[in-house]
Structures are given as C-alpha cells and as structure tokens.
Design a protein around this ligand. Structure first.
Ligand SMILES: C[S@@+](CC[C@H](N)C(=O)[O-])C[C@H]1O[C@@H](n2cnc3c(N)ncnc32)[C@H](O)[C@@H]1O
Length: 317
C-alpha cells in the first residue's frame, strides 16, 4: 500500500471527552511492533483516535471497534455504509444551523430517523453542543445545551470520506467491554480506554452512556485485562494515574504519559497531568514496573492496598 498523503489521512471527526488525539505521539512507542498484529480490538472506541493511528502504523488485517454507546456505533456504521447520505444530511444541518435548529434537532427521537439521519444528527449536535459533551437523561434523550461557537466545524466532507475508507471491513459492535472475552484470541492486540477513574470529585466525568462507570467497573475491567493477558492477547490500557488504578494493574508494566485535560470545573486543576498506560507485554523501555506473573486479581485486597483514595490524595493540591 503506498503511503497516504497528509490530506488522505483519516482523523477523528467527533469531539470526545477523554479523546486520545493529543497522546498519540507518546503512544507510538508503546504499541506492539508492526507486523505482529493480525487483529486489533478497541472496546471503548469513543472518537477512535487510536484506531486511526494503529491502522496506519500497524496495518492489522482485521479490526473490531466497539463501544457501549449505541448511537455512537450507529454513526460509524452509517459512515461506513452510506457516507454520501450522511454528508448530504449534515450539509443541510450546516445550512440551517441556529439556536432554533439546534434545539429542534435535539428534540428529534433517533428512532424516528434513518440510520444516516441519526448519524448526521449525532455529528451535528456533537459539533455544536457545549464542549462536545455527550450526556443523556434517564429516558435516553440527549440533553446537552448548545455551545457558544462562532463558526463550528460541522462538516469536513473529505475527512468523512477518508474515515469511510478506513472503516471498510471493520467489525462495528455495540458491546459492554466484558464481551471482549467472548471473541478475543491469542495474539490479538486490544486497547482499552475506559472512562477514567476520577482523581478528584470535581474531575468526575463518567456519563458517556446512561450508566456511569464506577469502581466496580474498573475492578471488573482489571479482571478482563488479566484474563485476556493469560489467554495470550497483547493488552494495552490507559487510565488516570492514582493509587487505585496502579494497584489494579500492579502485576503489569506501567508507563506514564503527560496529558492536557480541560474537563475540570476548577481552572487550577487543568493543565498537564500524568496518566498511566498499562501493558501486558514488553515495549518502549523506561516503564516503572516489570510484569512478574499474572495472578488472578484479588480485588478486595487490591482495593485495601490502595490505601488513600485518589480523591483524598488529590484533594488539597
Ligand atoms: C475515554 S472514552 C474513549 C475515548 C477514545 N479512546 C477516544 O480517543 O476518543 C470511553 C468510552 O467508553 C464508552 N463506555 C462507557 N462504558 C462502557 C462499557 N461498559 N462498555 C463499553 N464501552 C463503554 C463510552 O461510551 C466512551 O466512548
């Protein structure tokens, strides 16, 4: 395959809390070596920033992109199958964009629209709502107010067409992360990017789907990670840097990357903060812990071992 021109390189087209675009340069040396990965699996796809990079650098023959958010996966499916129709409807939204149009579009029920119409509605709201947040009420209705943007970039048709090309043949699934256990095989490369464990009360942001992601989900995920590792998969995971997360993955190699984060109501808590990347394989050097042996996690003990909670640790900073 000839190298892509810069203008042909697909990029994430959604704003997504916890999106990894800014971390991609630091992730590059942490992936398994190119040529070793036949199948790539990303169970928390979000804006799929890592997928686009892995596809370009590692060129896996097969990919599974999954997320618990059904509306989000519908967007990828519609772009994969019918990008021209998504572009056509999105350009209508762009023409009509106004406060009235935003709230009218928000009030439409996705199930009353075609798949392409639902996808275009999702992209339009994502580009024009407050901070690109995704939040739904108890009935599943999107309820984020309109953001204040002078000229929001509602449609980049060239990029959407590039994305459609890169999604060709990709297996798109609405799935809970633990379903990865049902189909992952030895040798698969799996990247988990869950909603981050909050480092403080004010940094709590876990409502991408209707159900929030709490400590017991993080513990279950650590068990899934360990089980996939025992199966012989190559597993990578990112999360916030705090004692609870470090305890959950203490049997594995833990690397640190630096992120700029702005979803925090307190200005003094924005800026560069460390995040961890856990690997069950050797890569990159300079990690802080070597994997010893993967034991079935004793999660209750791990929780106690963590000692102070992340919130306590960061409270007075
Ligand atoms: C931190 S974001 C992923 C961001 C992504 N890596 C990116 O670059 O945009 C976490 C994702 O997990 C999804 N999610 C939340 N709970 C889930 C669950 N139980 N199973 C699968 N996906 C879940 C959310 O919908 C969200 O898209």
């Amino acid at each position: 395959m000839p190298p892509l021109r810069r203008s042909d390189v697909p990029r994430p087209f959604l704003k997504w809390a916890g999106g990894k675009t800014q971390l991609l340069p630091q992730f590059e040396s942490l992936y398994p070596p190119a040529g070793q990965v036949r199948r790539y699996i990303e169970p928390f796809a979000g804006s799929a920033a890592v997928f686009f990079q892995v596809r370009r650098l590692l060129r896996p023959a097969e990919t599974v992109l999954a997320d618990g958010n059904a509306e989000l996966i519908n967007v990828y499916k519609a772009v994969q199958r019918n990008v021209s129709k998504v572009i056509r409807i999105l350009s209508e939204h762009r023409k009509l964009h106004s406060k009235e149009h935003y709230y009218l579009t928000r009030s439409r029920r996705p199930r009353d629209l075609t798949s392409a119409g639902r996808a275009a509605r999702f992209i339009y709201l994502n580009k024009t709502c407050f901070n690109g947040l995704y939040r739904v009420n108890s009935g599943g209705g999107f309820n984020v107010p309109m953001g204040r943007y002078k000229d929001p970039p509602i449609l980049d048709a060239d990029n959407l067409r590039n994305v459609a090309r890169s999604l060709k043949g990709v297996d798109l699934r609405v799935a809970h992360f633990h379903e990865t256990l049902d189909y992952a095989r030895a040798g698969d490369f799996i990247y988990f990017d869950p909603p981050y464990h909050p480092v403080s009360e004010t940094s709590r942001f876990t409502s991408y789907t209707r159900d929030s992601f709490g400590e017991s989900d993080q513990e279950e995920l650590a068990e899934v990670f360990a089980a996939l590792s025992r199966r012989g998969c190559l597993v990578m995971l990112s999360n916030s840097d705090c004692p609870f997360v470090r305890s959950l993955y203490r049997e594995f190699a833990i690397h640190t990357v630096q992120a700029r984060r702005s979803i925090n109501s307190r200005a003094d808590r924005r800026g560069r903060i460390p995040e961890v990347v856990v690997l069950d394989y050797e890569r990159g050097g300079g990690h802080e812990q070597n994997r010893l042996a993967v034991q079935p996690a004793r999660l209750k003990d791990l929780r106690q071992d963590a000692g102070v909670s992340c919130e306590e640790r960061y409270r007075d900073r």
